[in-house]
Write a protein that binds this ligand. Structure first.
Ligand code: AGP
Length: 366
């Protein structure tokens, strides 16, 4: 390949270790004037649709929390495979379609954009490839600037996409007068600090993730459970486990746990909890962790270091993976990394073809 693995066994591992520098590149690459334009498109639209597939769709789901909380805009987030079939009815000249695709070549995203454009919608593209068809079809595009990503399981493009969407939301929030300039600047400084800390913590997070991977390696399958801002991480963590380690996992929203999913939890089953960053939701989630442990499951708990309830779980038999604490809105970015490492280390332990899982391609163009 053109880009060396740089001493790492797989591209995926190298790309996870590149997350901190990739975040810094995203932060410094995107020009303020384009962020301002993007923010205006979001706040000025009659309706906003976010379309993407796979990991990029999960990033779009997080963005809907950002836009809703910081800007008061509630986008419809939908798989690009569904969009042209079921969502065109309300698309017109006042619509904004925010399309996310790291490759910029995903077939369903592109065909959705043709349809949306025909109806007069404005297209805001988010892509890692500035020469891609997505970039060319967009009225305005923002570069993810993560650098080339070669492993099929997306990692650093996910975290950088989340950051880019957060930057758009912050800028829109500022434009709407919801936050002042000082707040905006302190939030940007917090991003840089989170990236720096993540870089420092990576080896420790990795070794905890390796131990957790060993714990669940005999399990026949499992769940990744979370809620709120980090609920999309449950879906993303489950997708990473499938791709990198062929481990059957399902993302579950914590509030749904007792409404069915709990029935499968027993010895030989794994449950990964991503502790929600909302206090009330975290308090509602810890009892579920206890229930899963009591039912005999292998439990992995992912969250911020310094959370005493999280740390206490290791005494109860859970494998704890703690990431450096960060602002609530940065949780999806910071906590994505332990989940990526968990999937990677499990794939390594199970000798899976991590960088190129069978049947899958980096860009699904058809
Ligand atoms: C991610 O790990 C997957 N390989 C896949 O879900 C991917 O995110 C999806 O195909 C979308 O790709 P894109 O961002 O290039 O459009």
């Amino acid at each position: 390949s053109l880009v060396e693995k740089n001493g790492y066994k797989h591209h995926m591992l190298r790309e996870i270790y590149e997350v901190p520098e990739s975040l810094m590149r995203t932060l410094s690459s995107v020009q303020k004037k384009y962020l301002q334009l993007a923010a205006r498109l979001v706040t000025g639209a009659d309706n906003v649709y976010i379309i993407a597939n796979g990991t990029s769709l999960h990033a779009g789901m997080v963005a809907s929390y950002y836009f809703s909380e910081l800007v008061g805009v509630n986008p419809v987030v939908v798989s690009a495979a569904e969009f042209p079939l079921y969502y065109l009815e309300n698309i017109g000249p006042g619509s904004l379609v925010l399309a996310i695709s790291q490759s910029g070549e995903t077939g369903d995203v592109l065909s959705s954009l043709y349809e949306a454009k025909l109806r007069g919608a404005t297209i805001l593209g988010i892509t890692n490839y500035v020469g891609s068809r997505l970039a060319r079809l967009s009225n305005l595009y923002l570069p993810i600037a993560a650098g080339p990503e070669l492993a099929v399981p997306a990692t650093k493009t996910f975290t950088s996409t989340l950051l880019l969407l957060y930057l758009v939301a912050l800028r829109a929030s500022r434009q709407e007068g919801r936050i002042d300039e000082d707040t905006l600047n302190s939030k940007l400084a917090a991003v840089a600090e989170a990236a720096r800390q993540l870089g420092e913590w990576l080896p420790k997070v990795d070794s905890e993730a390796s131990k957790a991977a060993n714990e669940v390696s005999e399990c026949r399958g499992g769940y990744v459970v979370s809620r709120g801002l980090t609920y999309p991480l449950a879906l993303e963590g489950a997708l990473k486990l499938k791709e990198a380690s062929y481990f059957h996992a399902e993302g579950v929203e914590a509030g749904e746990f007792k409404h069915g999913p709990f029935v499968l939890v027993e010895k030989g089953f794994g449950v990964v909890f991503v502790v929600p960053v909302e206090k009330v939701s975290a308090e509602a989630t810890y009892p579920l962790v206890g229930m899963a442990l009591e039912a005999g499951a292998k439990v992995v708990a992912v969250g911020f270091a310094g959370d005493q309830s999280l740390e206490a779980l290791s005494e109860k038999g859970a494998a704890v993976v703690a990431a450096p604490p960060a602002e609530r809105h940065l949780a999806p970015i910071v906590l994505a990394v332990p989940l990526q490492l968990l999937a990677y280390r499990l794939g390594e332990r199970l000798s899976r073809p991590i960088d190129s899982p069978r049947y899958l391609t980096k860009a699904v163009t058809q």
